[in-house]
Design a protein around this ligand. Structure first.
Ligand code: ZN
Length: 129
């Protein structure tokens, strides 16, 4: 019997054959080898670290605008998305020095699980008191 290798996303259960989405049942005549993956739709969003500015009327960038993936105005302030955790850390140190009165909270949010390993996105929240 011919053997077919299909991939199944362990998060959304979508099946793939040659990277195309397929419906279960289509390859029933074959010996199916199923490989568990995480599909592109379920992969973590392509930014690595989030900085939240709360109580700000204007976003503060300093020299870090090039390290940003994007930024947006949100309720209560601004969200800055950095492409690397390293650049968000540099920004964190810089802003803490520049505005020492800010209240800072560092957390990390669980964004997905890849190969049994949990993936976290570091989040830094600066709040004006
Ligand atoms: Zn998926």
């Amino acid at each position: 019997m011919k053997s077919v290798r299909v991939k199944i996303c362990k998060l959304c259960k979508q099946m793939f054959w040659h990277n195309k989405k397929i419906k279960p049942g289509k390859v029933m005549d074959f010996d199916v080898v199923v490989e568990e993956v995480v599909c592109k739709d379920c992969e973590p969003k392509p930014f690595r670290a989030l900085v939240q500015l709360r109580g700000f009327s204007e976003p503060v960038f300093g020299d870090f605008k090039n390290s940003l993936k994007l930024w947006k105005k949100v309720k209560g302030g601004f969200d800055l998305q950095f492409s690397t955790a390293r650049s968000s850390n540099a920004y964190y140190k810089w802003l803490k020095k520049k505005m020492p009165d800010l209240k800072v909270k560092r957390t990390r949010s669980h964004v997905s699980t890849k190969g049994g390993e949990k993936i976290y996105r570091p989040t830094i929240c600066f709040r004006k008191i």
